[in-house]
Design a protein around this ligand. Structure first.
Ligand code: SF4
Length: 682
């Protein structure tokens, strides 16, 4: 019997926990804690513990597929890649702007880098985006405007040094369990935990202070907390004076949000707002954590900027135990953004609209004619496909038929394409609609790097052979590029690609192999090989041109859609401990799927009683986009007037109900956390 222990990084959330995959005679049989890993110190959540279970599934894609007469037929790689290359060449020659590309936060930095380089240098468009648009696009847009850098300010470990940990719009215990462990470490030393959420989540149940508020009213709540802090003279005057601009305007604006006024908007009793404000402001070190409860709104970017305002007002930036910390969902959301899988930037957030940077990238890549026209975002791409303006799409490792808003519209958009290529590990709901399906390696079969939510760049390592004829994502994309006549994709390994990444991405420049092999790896920015990396941003100055943080005076704006007589409930969506995003991996893990095998709608006990709905009864949930049938979960763990549906489950897909019509003007985020809905007993 041959046993191998291969150190790697978890494929699920952005915490980036490390562990060994255990390979016995060529098969993965389990995971083994890797105690030296500084992120999780040998601990794992259920998803990490059972992350190997989907790898050897019999329904893995093993050979390329081409659709003929409405049915998939197995093909050779030559047949499939020749077809993809010739179709993309033909469509590009007509108009490259009629093609769009979705990259993936589940794929490695090397996969994402290769993919966006292909889109830019071979196709000649910036129509490339990925699912960060639907989770932390507003975090990048908001933090860039206030702090000059769109990333999480502090490390995970830093949270353990907080005196107060404020969670708003994040159910950290379920979604980022190893980050939650850091909050508990702080609590064990006497810290207080505050949770603001419309649901009495498992995180809220362990909090010292729970602030139940109406989804979509974050700005009013945060403005009111700042109103109290300024009225009590608890602002950090020295920090505000020396390190920020725009304070006077903010101060004037928050005067409009005394707690009694904010109570009318948020539903939070005025005294509770005061208590929350004082608890946060009186802490020596307060860290603020958020996730998609903040970002998935048409005011997502403004919500994020409001969190920046609160942290700067109280001087909670630049030290251990402080910071504004967006918890990234997918394991490599940060990396996919860093690699330029975005319509507005090359790797390292270098703007495609900046002529000097276009010139620089043209020289670095040795190409010509890079487009400086910003591309379309995820939701815009689907709208354009629906309208017939996008005619071809290549999707790597994403499943918009579950993850995107208004799935009926998404299905119509994808069916409207002349040509769709999907590269994935399973025949997902999206892959079923493709003209060509290309089988890729899973994370356990790859070498490469992921960048976690705390900007830590870590290796993943090949622990087992991929099934059948599946291949590395970067190798498939490179082959298509070469068949289309490019000689810029002669990569032989992930490490070779990483060396090119370092050479064009300033934040990664100092990350050589020897340094990344160490268990602690490196946090970006790491501009040269002598630089120690940067676990905590903005310690001395912000990343803005003048080094000052920027207060933004932001007024509350109501969500794009509000309850009315026909649709009297606010529908909000989210995730569960045992599942991940579109469920393509966790629902194929026997252990995880056994825990929760289908969706449900959470409804408050009193609301359910009024509608005559009993626990576990089937109900119909309806919005202006569509309707689904789903079992009811009657509970007091959600405020009255709000219902919650997890979005993992295709058979009762929450995104049949959400809207992609209204978008955040900065980050193009749809209003995923607020839809007006009705419920009726079946
Ligand atoms: Fe994986 Fe996140 Fe769980 Fe860690 S906390 S084991 S990274 S899912």
């Amino acid at each position: 019997m041959e046993i191998q222990y291969v150190p790697t990084t978890c494929p699920y959330c952005g915490c980036g926990c490390g562990f060994n995959l255990v390979n016995v005679d060529g098969k993965l049989v389990g995971v083994e804690p890797w105690k030296r890993n500084p992120v999780n110190e040998g601990k794992l959540c259920p998803k990490g513990n059972f992350s190997y279970e989907f790898v050897h599934r019999e329904d893995r894609l093993t050979t390329p597929l081409i659709k003929k007469g409405g049915e998939f037929v197995e093909a050779t790689w030559d047949e499939a890649l020749d077809l993809v290359a010739s179709k993309l060449t033909e469509m590009k020659e007509k108009n490259p702007e009629q093609l769009a590309f979705l990259s993936s936060a589940r794929c490695t930095n090397e996969d994402n880098y290769t993919f966006q380089k292909f889109v830019r240098t071979v196709i000649g468009t910036n129509n490339v985006d990925h699912c960060a648009r639907l989770c932390h696009g507003p975090s990048v847009a908001g933090l860039a405007q206030t702090f000059g850098s769109g990333a999480m300010t502090n490390s995970l470990e830093s949270c353990a040094h907080s005196d107060v940990v404020f969670l708003i719009g994040t159910n950290t215990l379920e979604q980022h369990p190893l980050m939650w462990r850091r909050a508990l470490q702080a609590k064990a030393k006497g810290a207080k935990i505050m949770v603001a959420d419309p649901r009495f989540t498992p995180s809220a149940k362990q909090a010292d202070l729970y602030i139940p508020f109406k989804s979509g009213t974050d700005v009013a709540l945060l403005n009111s907390m700042m109103n109290v802090i300024i009225a009590e003279g608890l602002e950090d005057k020295e920090f505000v004076e020396n390190r920020t601009t725009g304070y006077e305007e903010l101060k004037e604006m928050v005067k409009k949000y005394p707690p009694e006024e904010a109570e009318k908007i948020t539903g939070v009793p005025a005294d509770l707002i005061r208590e929350a404000a004082l608890m946060y402001a009186k802490a020596d070190n307060a860290s603020l954590l958020f996730s998609m409860g903040i970002t998935q709104h048409t005011v997502g970017t403004e919500n994020v900027m409001s969190t920046s305002n609160l942290a700067m007002l109280t001087g909670n930036i630049g030290r251990p135990g402080t910071g504004v910390n967006p918890l990234r969902g997918q394991n490599n959301v940060q990396g996919a953004c860093d690699m330029g899988a975005l319509p507005v930037s090359f790797p390292g957030y270098q703007a495609v609209a900046n002529e000097e940077l276009v010139e620089k990238m043209t020289c670095s890549w040795g190409c010509s004619d890079l487009s400086c026209k910003p591309g379309l975002t995820v939701v815009e791409i689907m709208h354009a496909a629906h309208a017939g303006d996008i005619k071809g799409m290549y999707i790597m490792g994403e499943n918009p038929m579950i993850s995107d808003p208004d799935l009926q519209h998404v299905g119509e958009a994808l069916n409207n394409l002349d040509f769709l290529v999907v590269q994935d590990i399973f025949l997902t709901e999206t892959a079923e609609l493709a003209d060509v399906v290309l089988p890729a390696y899973s994370w356990a079969e790859k070498d490469g790097t992921f960048t976690s939510t705390e900007r830590r760049v870590q290796y993943i390592r090949k622990a087992v052979e991929g099934p059948g004829e599946s291949r590395d994502d970067w190798a498939i994309t490179s082959d298509i590029a070469t068949r289309m006549g490019s000689d810029l994709f002669k990569f032989n390994s992930a490490q070779e690609i990483f060396e090119e990444i370092r050479s064009v991405t300033p934040q990664y420049a100092g990350m050589n192999k020897e340094r990344l092999e160490k268990p602690e790896a490196l946090h970006w920015p790491c501009p040269d090989e002598e630089h120690p990396g940067t676990p905590i941003l903005h310690a001395e100055k912000f990343s803005t041109p003048d080094g000052l943080g920027v207060f933004k005076a932001i007024e509350f704006k109501a969500p794009a859609e509000n309850p009315d007589e026909e649709y009297p409930f606010i529908l909000t969506t989210g995730r569960l401990l045992f599942h991940w995003h579109t469920g393509s991996m966790t629902r194929r893990s026997e252990t995880l799927n056994r825990e929760v095998s289908t969706g449900f709608v959470e409804i408050n006990t009193e609301d359910a009683a009024k509608l005559g709905i009993k626990n576990k009864e089937m109900v119909k949930v309806k919005t202006r986009r569509g309707e689904i049938e789903v079992p009811a979960k009657v509970t007091n763990d959600i405020i009255q007037g709000t219902v919650f549906i997890p979005f993992h489950f295709a058979e009762c897909a929450a995104n049949m109900l959400t809207s992609g019509d209204a978008l955040d003007p900065y980050a193009k985020m749809p209003e995923l956390k607020v839809s007006a809905a009705s419920i009726e007993k079946l």
